[in-house]
Design a protein around this ligand. Structure first.
Ligand code: SF4
Length: 438
């Protein structure tokens, strides 16, 4: 029997009719804890290593782990990558001292070859010989040995503990250990949290600066030495809905969260920017003057895709935790009809507001029992199914049109100037299928 639990997602207690009005009945959240088909947290190294340019990611793992990241980041074969795998062969507990020696030796060799590394992440994985190793002690030992010019941190990317975007969350949470504490008297600063391509970061910085919010930092930074100080004057805006642990740690360190929809599409980006504008006292007139031209560009880019996608049904398998935010975008900005919105974990604090903006009748599901979910998908016959690579081919063979969810993580999709590209990621598979039918 599959563990299955249906609970109810809360809706706001009032609606637009005003205080005291009766809220719509809560829609059920389907919670399933069966077999799941999701990449492990090691996958996020593919985008993390491009962001922090003087960091290096050393996976402590098996040959399987090495193959996974090598194939996920296959394009790197012509460049010198900033990641590698220290392969731990099978050994018993008596051999653990050797395993630590071996890890030290690999790190010595790496640093001799790459002296410009300023930050080294030891990334744990799930083989039993790695679980037996205490990577946090290894990180402390290596920091003492190679410091002060090198910081060694550790986090887990193990498939037992993490799905692929949780790798970023675990990495950023560990990076916060290096953040200096800002004094309580420090001026207010806006910190944008979550990995973004540099070009998108620059677009957001220009918009904040034009609004008059000048003190803006991005976390993670592009260089290990540029981690912002964190304290009560810090207001932070998340760019990714999967940063639960990072967000919690920031709050524990005194920073204040600005909750907003995530910056996907024209409306999502406007709402996200408005959260910062409101917190930093930007006037409505200034906000409109800064945002309106970019918003108009985004609307123009969305229009042809909306014409192609309006009324089309969409089904999300759980993969990246971006699903509720992307479903909000597909529904509100492209006119699509979400049928099921699956997410590996549902953090209401981060995505509850976007779930509440989905139409009535959508199934929101958390976790997975893949066979049951495939049955629901086949019964619904959606126009577009967003799912992991492992499910896409079989579903295509059954005549369904699919989009690989990992593409939505690897592609620049945040902000006004990427709204059209994001819509195109949904439109392209349908256009391809239509051509095949001709
Ligand atoms: Fe496989 Fe675990 Fe290594 Fe991920 S961490 S590649 S799930 S062995």
């Amino acid at each position: 029997m599959t563990p299955l639990d249906i609970s109810f997602r809360e809706r706001p207690r009032t609606n637009e009719a005003g205080a005291g009005a009766v809220a719509p009945a809560p829609a059920p959240v389907l919670r399933q804890r069966g077999q799941r088909e999701v990449f492990c947290g090691l996958t996020s190294i593919v985008w993390l290593h491009r962001k922090i340019q003087d960091a290096f990611f050393l996976v402590v793992g098996s040959r399987t782990c090495a193959h996974l990241i090598q194939s996920a980041a296959g394009v790197m074969v012509f460049a010198e990558p900033r990641f590698a795998t220290a392969i731990m062969e099978e050994r018993d507990l008596a051999g653990m001292a050797d395993a630590n020696d071996e890890l030290d030796r690999v790190v010595d060799e790496l640093l001799a070859r790459r002296p410009n590394i300023k930050m080294l992440f030891l990334v744990g994985s799930c083989p039993s010989e790695v679980i037996k190793l205490d990577l946090s002690r290894a990180a402390q030992r290596l920091s003492r040995r190679h410091g002060p010019g090198l910081s060694v941190l550790n986090y887990s990317g193990s498939g037992i503990e993490t799905t692929f975007t949780q790798g970023e969350d675990a990495c950023l949470a560990s990076l916060l250990e290096q953040a200096p504490a800002a004094p309580a008297s420090a001026a207010e600063q806006l910190v944008v949290v979550g990995v973004l391509p540099d070009i998108v970061e620059d677009q957001f910085r220009r918009l904040f600066t034009a609004m008059g919010i000048k003190d803006v930092a991005f976390f993670p930074p592009r260089r290990a030495g540029e981690i912002p100080a964190i304290g009560p004057g810090m207001r932070f805006l998340l760019t990714q809905p999967f940063l639960t642990e990072t967000s919690q740690r920031l709050e524990d360190m005194g920073a204040k969260p600005l909750r907003a929809p995530f910056p996907f599409g024209s409306q999502g980006t406007t709402d996200w920017l408005r959260a910062a504008a409101t917190a930093f006292g930007v006037s409505d007139a200034t906000f409109e003057a800064v945002v309106q031209p970019a918003q108009a560009r985004a609307e123009r880019a969305l229009a042809p895709h909306r014409r192609a996608l309006e009324g089309k049904s969409i089904f999300f398998f759980p993969d990246s935790q971006l699903e509720p935010s992307l479903a909000r975008f597909a529904y509100e900005e492209l006119g699509m009809r979400p049928i099921e919105v699956g997410t590996p974990y549902l953090n209401r604090d981060l995505v509850g507001a976007e779930i509440d903006r989905l139409p009535t009748g959508v199934t929101v599901s958390e976790g997975q029992d893949v066979d049951l979910q495939l049955d629901r998908c086949r019964a619904a016959r959606p126009d577009l199914t967003v799912c992991g690579l492992g499910l896409a081919n079989p579903l295509e063979a059954e005549g369904l049109t699919t989009k690989w969810s990992i593409e939505l993580v690897f592609s620049p999709i945040h902000g006004f100037d990427q709204a059209g590209d994001l819509a195109n990621l949904f439109a392209r598979p349908l256009a391809r299928r239509a051509k095949l039918r001709l």
